[in-house]
Design a protein around this ligand. Structure first.
Ligand code: SME
Length: 156
C-alpha cells in the first residue's frame, strides 16, 4: 500500500470505529491506537488545551511531558499559530521540548472547534525527515473530529 492508501484506509477505519461515539476520551484514545498500529510511529498522542497550557491527553508510546505552555516547543507553537507544523529535524527547531531523546522528527496538527484550537495531535518519529505534505494533508483531514466541540469538557 502507498502512504496515501494507508491514510485513506486509516480514515475509513477511524470513521467506522468512532461512529456513534461523541465522548472525546475513548475516541482520542482509539485514534492514537489506530495511527500507531497503522504506521508504527514512535509516539502518537494528544495534548488538550486547558487555560494557558496544553495538558497530556490519550497517547501511545513512552512517557511524555505532561504540560506545555502556549508557544513552547512544537506543540505550543502549533497551538499559538493554529496551524500544522512539520519538523524534519527536532534539534533544529528552536525551543523543541525533548520528551524523549529518540524522537528525531515530528508533526503537530491542531484540532479546531469554533475557530479555536482545543487540542493538538503530536506524532514523533525516531528517524529525521519522516513527515511530509501527505502526512499533513491526511492528518488534518483526520483531525476534523466530529466531537471536537466536546474536547473542552475534559478539564471542566
Ligand atoms: N516535542 C514536543 C513535546 C511533546 S513530546 O514530543 C511527546 C514539542 O516540542 O512540543
Amino acid at each position: 500500500m502507498t502512504r496515501e492508501e494507508m491514510y485513506r484506509d486509516l480514515i475509513a477505519r477511524a470513521e467506522a470505529l468512532l461512529d456513534g461515539e461523541t465522548r472525546p476520551m475513548p475516541c482520542m484514545a482509539n485514534i492514537c491506537a489506530l495511527i500507531k498500529e497503522a504506521f508504527g510511529f514512535f509516539w502518537v498522542g494528544f495534548y488538550v488545551v486547558d487555560g494557558d497550557e496544553l495538558v497530556l491527553g490519550p497517547f501511545q508510546g513512552p512517557v511524555a511531558c505532561m504540560t506545555i505552555k502556549k508557544g513552547r516547543g512544537v506543540c505550543g507553537a502549533a497551538w499559538e499559530r493554529a496551524q500544522t507544523i512539520v519538523v524534519d529535524d527536532v534539534e533544529l527547531f528552536p525551543g523543541h521540548i525533548a520528551c524523549n531523546p529518540l524522537s528525531r522528527s515530528e508533526i503537530v496538527v491542531p484540532v479546531m472547534s469554533d475557530g479555536r484550537v482545543v487540542a493538538v495531535l503530536d506524532i514523533d518519529h525516531s528517524e529525521p525527515g519522516a513527515f511530509d505534505d501527505t502526512d499533513r494533508r491526511y492528518l488534518e483531514r483526520l483531525m476534523c473530529l466530529p466531537f471536537s466541540g466536546r474536547i473542552g469538557e475534559i478539564y471542566r
